[in-house]
Write a protein that binds this ligand. Structure first.
Ligand SMILES: Nc1ncnc2c1ncn2[C@@H]1O[C@H](COP(=O)(O)OP(=O)(O)OP(=O)(O)O)[C@@H](O)[C@H]1O
Ligand SMILES: [Mg+2]
Length: 657
């Protein structure tokens, strides 16, 4: 007898379930996507014991007839595609015909469903993939699926489940993200004891963000919108001899980018706050993550991540969604175009607003690990779609004591979901402020405000106004104090100059006109063998940046010319810093990162230092030069350059308003 046999459907379904369902949130994802595909306008999700005991999703979509309901639990049964050609233009979230049979094979499942055109609906009961009961049932139009005792017959999987709160947090994150992607729909999420989310339909994604997370979050995010026409090349077309006289070539269509990018002050320790939707499908994608990192390069530190909500819309033939069993990855036909369009639209958004850090924002801007667009900070590891697990350091709330000038946060709704540690820190800082000065809150504002204060509201922080700054002097010969209509500013003189030089070097490098000075005597620097290897890969780029150098024996480099403003110890330190990079990075495909690293290093070493007295003319020059840069917000290493103590904060602190 042969050794090979075909597996039963039940085992095959359990194997498929292994790929598709790894935790309760993946069940919720599949059932949510089915409801969306069914044209639902209202989706209600209920969870008990983190989804282990019960997951129920009710929708008001198209429902199923009895025959369809039974077929839906067959492997590879779907209403969404018919032929392999359809795979080229998938417009639904599901298409594999696998989710329901997989979920049914590892749980006790109940389905009730009624299509609009039938008076009577159907109720099905399935356990471990076996149908136990089929009956007629009245009820509203739509479908309700209840999944009980998930993994009850796959103990190995059950062991991998995390604490109930962690699983619940994953489910909450998932439902929240789908609610963000579909502002036009009604979403509800309930646990056994609370309502975790109620989101009635709204018109704009920004209204949804406000509805779910509140005003503070919305203020931290910059809206973006862009459009790019796809290239025509490569779209499948009939050969010329098979085209009719009136043949019209297919329209390549547009890539539409919408979404929100966080201001540079808002930084996260992991990628869990980056959400990418392609044609309304939540995905993870290395290419787009790379484009996002590139957009924030030299604006935030390389170890920090922004908060991003990105919605990409493109014609279905531009994206292959059939590359991952859980449908969480896609492949773009025009990868470079998508990558560059995302990078550029974020860069343009960041550049246009040129936001300045306010005192409080800067104090609270240490990167946090909490996934800020997740309304539950208990998530300690990845959600079903996010990157590798990240550990959660203690919250940073409460570190903002030195500047206790902000009022408590005014909640935009009765019970907004907490967004991140920052608003909490703001609120508690405000509370501490009023309690620190006994009776301060009770003191009459009008009591001592006999002199009229100049008008001027709290303009949104912007660095456009840097050009109007007038320097007052220096603080410890390291920070420039300056004022304008917006308030009082503190500018870090070293990082400000670093940003000015960095952008100047990159500009001049492009036109091959970096200023350089010949050294009277070549400067000799001893290096290690691996540094010599890195040097050989970077010598040309260094030369373009004004640094002419060549090997001088096996362990020595001779510098003959240096970028303007750099000499002596600083020149040597700059070279050693650049050569510090491992050879692999230097040789990597990403020449641009080597280029910016060298420019950043030169800028850092040539820039005005702290503890350096500056005369008023020089301070004014520096502020003007900073105002002209593209990104005056942060230095090339991502540190903030300017802090603003707004006029409103000043008035508030003196209890004038
Ligand atoms: N909530 C629902 N309302 C109406 N019909 C549904 C619903 N859920 C599932 N169906 C029907 O059942 C079929 C099977 O669902 P299932 O999720 O197993 O596969 P799919 O969505 O087609 O593909 P995938 O496995 O990629 O999700 C669907 O094609 C759809 O016709
Ligand atoms: Mg499905």
């Amino acid at each position: 007898m042969g050794r090979i046999h075909v597996l039963s459907d039940q085992v095959a379904n359990q194997i498929a379930a292994g790929e598709v369902v790894d935790r309760p949130a993946s069940v919720v994802k599949e059932l949510l996507e089915n409801a969306l595909d069914a044209g639902a306008t209202r989706i209600r999700v209920e969870i008990e014991a983190g989804g282990r005991k019960l997951i129920r999703i009710a929708d008001d979509g198209c429902g199923m007839s009895r025959d369809d309901a039974l077929l839906a639990f067959e492997r590879h049964a779907t209403s969404k595609i018919r032929s392999s050609d359809d795979l080229l233009s998938i417009a639904t979230l599901g298409f594999r015909g696998e989710a329901l049979p997989s979920i049914a094979s590892i749980s006790r499942l109940e389905l009730t469903t009624r299509p609009a055109d039938e008076a009577m609906g159907t109720r099905l009961e399935i356990a471990g993939g076996r149908i136990l009961d089929v009956a007629d049932l009245g009820g509203p139009q739509g479908t309700t699926i209840t999944v009980r005792d998930l993994f009850y017959n796959t103990p190995a999987r059950r062991k991998f489940l995390r604490a109930e709160t962690t699983e619940l947090a994953h489910v909450t994150a998932l439902v929240t993200h789908y609610a963000l992607a579909h502002p036009e729909m009604y979403f509800e999420l309930h646990s056994a004891t609370h309502t975790l989310l109620t989101a009635p339909p709204v018109r704009e994604p920004s209204e949804r963000i406000y509805q779910i997370f509140g005003r503070d979050t919305l203020d931290q995010l910059l809206p973006m919108a862009a459009e790019r026409r796809f290239d025509h090349a490569g779209i499948p077309e009939p050969p010329p001899w098979r085209r009719d006289a009136d043949y019209v070539p297919p329209d390549p269509g547009y890539l539409r980018i919408r979404g929100f990018a966080s201001r540079p002050e808002l930084q996260k320790l992991n990628r869990n706050s980056i959400f990418i939707f392609v044609n309304q499908r939540l995905i993870r994608d290395r290419l787009i993550l790379h484009a996002i990192t590139e957009a924030y390069r030299n604006i935030i530190p390389p170890t920090s991540f922004p908060v991003i909500l990105l919605f990409l819309e493109m014609p279905p033939h531009e994206v292959d969604v059939n590359v991952h069993p859980a449908k969480t990855e896609v492949r773009f036909r025009q990868q470079a175009l998508v990558h560059d369009a995302v990078r550029e639209s974020i860069r343009v958004t960041l550049m246009k607003t040129r936001p300045a850090a306010s005192f409080l924002a800067a104090l609270n801007n240490s990167p946090t690990a909490s996934s800020s667009l997740v309304p539950d900070s208990t998530i300690g590891d990845s959600d079903p779609i996010s990157e590798a697990p990240d550990s959660e350091p203690p919250p940073l709330a409460g570190e903002a004591t030195p500047f206790t000038l902000a009022p408590p946060r005014v909640s935009p709704q009765d019970q907004p979901l907490p967004f991140s540690a920052a608003p909490a820190a703001l609120a508690s800082a405000g509370e501490r402020a009023s309690s620190a000065v006994p009776g301060a809150a009770a003191a009459s504002n009008g009591h001592c405000s006999s002199q009229a204060l100049p008008e001027g509201g709290d303009l949104p922080p912007s660095l456009h106004s840097l050009a109007s700054l007038k320097p007052l002097g220096q603080l410890r010969e390291s920070f420039i104090l300056a004022t304008n209509d917006e308030g009082l500013w503190i500018i870090d003189q070293h990082v400000a100059h670093e940003r000015v030089l960095f952008e100047k070097i990159l500009r001049e490098r492009q036109t091959e006109r970096v200023e350089r000075q010949r050294l009277l005597m070549p400067m000799l620097i001893d290096v290690l063998p691996q540094q010599m290897v890195v040097f050989s890969t970077l010598a040309e780029e260094l030369e373009r940046n004004g640094c002419e150098a060549e090997p001088f024996g096996p362990h020595t480099i001779a510098i003959k010319a240096a970028p303007a403003g750099l000499s002596g110890g600083e020149l040597e330190r700059m070279i050693l810093e650049v050569l510090e990079q491992p050879a692999t990075t230097a040789q990597s495909d990403n020449l641009e990162s080597a280029r910016t690293r060298i420019a950043a290093s030169i800028a850092c070493h040539a820039a005005i230092k702290v503890n350096m007295p500056l005369d008023p003319a020089r301070m004014e020059w520096l502020l003007q030069a900073l105002a002209r840069t593209d990104h005056p917000t942060s230095c090339p290493h991502g540190r903030p350059i300017a802090l603003r103590y707004s006029w409103k904060d000043i008035q508030r602190a003196f209890q004038r308003i």
